[in-house]
Design a protein around this ligand. Sequence first.
Ligand SMILES: Cc1cc2nc3c(=O)[nH]c(=O)nc-3n(C[C@H](O)[C@H](O)[C@H](O)COP(=O)(O)OP(=O)(O)OC[C@H]3O[C@@H](n4cnc5c(N)ncnc54)[C@H](O)[C@@H]3O)c2cc1C
Length: 594
Amino acid sequence: MPTYRAPVDDALFLLNDVFYLDRYGNLPGFADASPDVVEAVLREAAKLAEETLTPLNRVGDLEGCKHNVDGSVTTPNGFKDAFQQVRDGGWIGISAPAEFGGQGLPATLTEIVNEFFSSANMAFSMYPGLTQGAIAALLAHASPELKKKYLPKMVAGEWTGTMNLTEPHCGTDLGLLRTKAVKQADGSYQISGTKIFISAGEHDLADNIIHLVLARIEGAPAGSKGISLFVVPKVMVKDDGSLGNENGVSCGSLEHKMGIHGNSTCVMNYDNATGWLIGEENRGLNAMFVMMNEARLGVGVQGLALSEVAYQNAAIYAKERLQGRSISGVKYKDKPADPIIVHPDVRRNLMTMRAFNEAARALVMWTALKSDVAHRSEDEKERQSADDHMGLLTPVIKGVLTDQGFANAVLAQQIFGGHGYIAEHGMEQFVRDARIAQIYEGANGIQALDLVGRKIGRDGGRALMAFFNEVGAYIKDNSADEAMKPFVTPLGVSLGHLQQASMWFMQNAMAKPDNAGAGSYDYMHLFGLVALGYMWCRIAEAAKAKSGNGAAAYNAKLVTARFFMERMLPETAAHLARIQSGAASLMELPDEAF
Ligand SMILES: Cc1cc2nc3c(=O)[nH]c(=O)nc-3n(C[C@H](O)[C@H](O)[C@H](O)COP(=O)(O)OP(=O)(O)OC[C@H]3O[C@@H](n4cnc5c(N)ncnc54)[C@H](O)[C@@H]3O)c2cc1C
């Protein structure tokens, strides 16, 4: 059985020593997030993750969810109790506004807690996670009446939330969607249609499920400009807040799938279900983007979370498993063989995972802090630049963290040899669970297109320029420091690759859009490496101040930073070369040749 220890100390180091949480004290909610409160919250979340959610991970995988004859869905044994604990602990609403019963703490804390919960049990953590996404969309776009009706119960975890976009014939291209909404005299809408792959669409963890549904109002334009967003409760809510009759929503079946068995993936049938418009007519995609951006960051966190838990177990195994002798001479004479951690190739796998995890955690935290600024600052300019950062980095975090999260789950599995392939050690479950994060919330190829096609050129490239300026200024400010040279010098080279790639798109993609499509995936990963490299510089700078005698953890940071610079960051050159090769060889063969 795999184990898990939440990386609380690493999170605290990042918050306090790298990102100086105390400097954000002017933002609402941050004054309450004093260092002792933050530490207490994280230690409590760690306890729940380690003691309650981790043991249920295998149970959820083996049992899965059951679809009953009456259409209800039963979650795996123990999920109900665990969800009750999540609810009682107020975890869903730790960052939600106090007026709806939340604790108003920084959203950054929610992201850290969500990493712990996802490492412990990704399938389970999606029930509260999707609820948080639905809360965000309602907060941003719903009318005061709808907010009052739904938010307090959702924030309290009494009701959960879902997002319903996908239909059998449309996933990426939502402009094709057919679910229909017909306006009623009382201002509500009758919603009819079928949605597929709906996570947490039906379950037994809460009294009500609040579905956010994309549908087309009768007579609305075809394509993506005719889509609206609706709130459709599973059970109708009366004006006094009590539950009324069942709505016309039902779960037709559950999907059988590769991983996350403990999460119900539902076909949802809407049969003249009553719903209410969120935001403006035909602006549904815009409203749903709030939930999608929130969810994309959350899915990126899932990639990191699985990489972390897979790494932890691989590191334990590598120290225990005895095979062969070190090529530089016997290391453990008292043992019949050396533990496999002495072998450089096993170290390569371990260091790759570790160097990713620690920087990816920083990248999530940096971006989550920007999200807090974007939502809470009173300074419009500050809000705008934080929002720019979020827009630019969200597809990078979603795409890169989930690709590398899956790759790292495979690396960890490799360290177990054949024992990683069989079920006993739980490593194959991590691989299966990690895989979906590359696909849902917009497949990673679509994240890359979003980055190249929409984000880098938006507002005259304002967000991209701000990123280049920040990283460039950091390199300049630190390049004279001998101790920082091993970090900032390679970062400077890779930043140059990113700038050249951006310029290449400007010069070569306007006239030939396939050049953008052909290079977008490499660009996303090139961007991710530069962002992670920048994070490693910031981490190294903070670790340097603390390292020295007796500070092994900080010295380890400096070694890991060097590993990243020497062995992972150089990949930016290959990405640039591929981007600059353009679309020709990709597109030359006719479709029939495949
Ligand atoms: C377990 C699970 C849970 C899910 N949960 C939810 C949920 O809660 N709510 C919800 O609404 N949906 C959910 N989904 C659906 C998921 O978001 C979609 O499967 C995903 O967005 C991809 O859509 P699709 O499957 O229709 O693939 P398609 O859109 O058919 O895409 C197929 C492939 O083509 C590529 N592609 C498509 N268009 C382009 C393009 N223009 N340019 C380049 N490449 C392109 C894609 O990258 C992809 O690799 C879930 C799916 C699964 C499997």
